[in-house]
Design a protein around this ligand. Sequence first.
Ligand code: ADP
Length: 451
Amino acid sequence: MFQKLLIANRGEIALRILRACRELGIKTVAVHSTADQEAMHVRLADESVCIGPAPSSQSYLSVSNIIAAAELTDAQAIHPGFGFLSENADFAKVVTEHGMVFVGPSPEHIQVMGDKVAAKKAAIALGLKVVPGSEGEIENLDQARELGRRIGYPLLIKASAGGGGKGMRVCHDEVSLESQLSWASSEAKASFGHDGVYIEKFLSHPRHVEFQVVGDAFGHVVCMGERDCSLQRRHQKVWEEAPCIALSAQQRDQMQNMVIQAMTRFGYKSVGTLEFLYENGEFYFIEMNTRIQVEHPVTEMIFGVDLVKTQITIAQGFPLPFKQEELSFKGHAIECRINAENPKTFAPSPGTIQAYSAPGGPFVRVDSALFSGYRIPPYYDSLISKLIVYGSTRQECLARLDRALHEYAIDGVKTLIPLHLSLCQQPDIQKGDFHIRWLEDFLAEQQKNES
Ligand code: ADP
């Protein structure tokens, strides 16, 4: 049993982990930059340590400062949350080398899935179908041309080290292939420090459907269904749902069995998500995230399971508390990502929260570290709140979401609440008829109508 756990993160996810720890009777250590002195996760933790100045490279990404904070406070485990060091295999290794537990999978599993090319190869070896494309990184223009002729345009050029929706470029024809390739690899070098790129067929109207898995140290793996995260802007998720209404129970069962088999063979231990693009009845693996995800609450809502607590107890060495046959879901859940951004231009909108009032009522959950008077620092991600609602049907869920969004008051900064309100009114959204490009088409249309 851990007595004390250090949370190597900030914002709502730090709070989410803190809540899980408190319910498990584990003391918490918050770490923070100088810009987060007043943050909610710092206020609520049992102890806190300042780990450096505002830029995350000198604080939330500083392995040595975080390890020092953990040693100083005698923490036995470190939870990385998402983003920052959560998918850094070296960090996971260093934590273990210092005699502490990393709340996540093994460094080897993080390593394989963190490199997108290696991840695709691993997925193929584990029996999963991937998007047609290059087998490894592209070595020269001729190889790319040959591939383009074989699989057809448009192509998507992706950075092997990419993440967070960055480092992707669509190429529509052979004429622009050379320039797009060199653009993509210099962009990859600048953003990720590695210029390797690979190519995939660019699927035109797929849905993004991802499966939640949990494995323990005893070789047991379960799958808690899927989430539909098709509503995206610039390859970043904005709205997530569970279940995906485009799937039949039979398709879900088949996919669940497939990912359970794959992850059992892989020997995966911890929570993880396998992401697929789903088009014309086929699932194509795109990547695996070896951490808790932003959108995990929608799965928690329909399965009635606490994924973060499960993740922590597995890291403590306990077996999974349930078998696959004991898991079932009910109803529908939707999560809206509320970013401090202009809902039209998406420009970041940091500033001070003048007044704050969160929605309530039955089956409404707000995962946020906001409070009245809080100053949103300009240094970090603009996600400030996640509104998650549950309904016994999707229709009820949408009506509840609409009313909760109306109740939500965040004064002082611009947020995406108006965008989510307008999404609730769209017939396609109401029917559940959308794909990964739907939101960008909708935004473009709106802009056209306004100008
Ligand atoms: P990241 O790690 O940067 O999030 P992913 O590989 O998970 O990158 O892809 C993010 C999003 O980009 C997907 O959800 C999807 O919308 C889009 N995408 C990725 N691969 C393809 C593809 N082959 N065709 C069309 N869209 C894609």
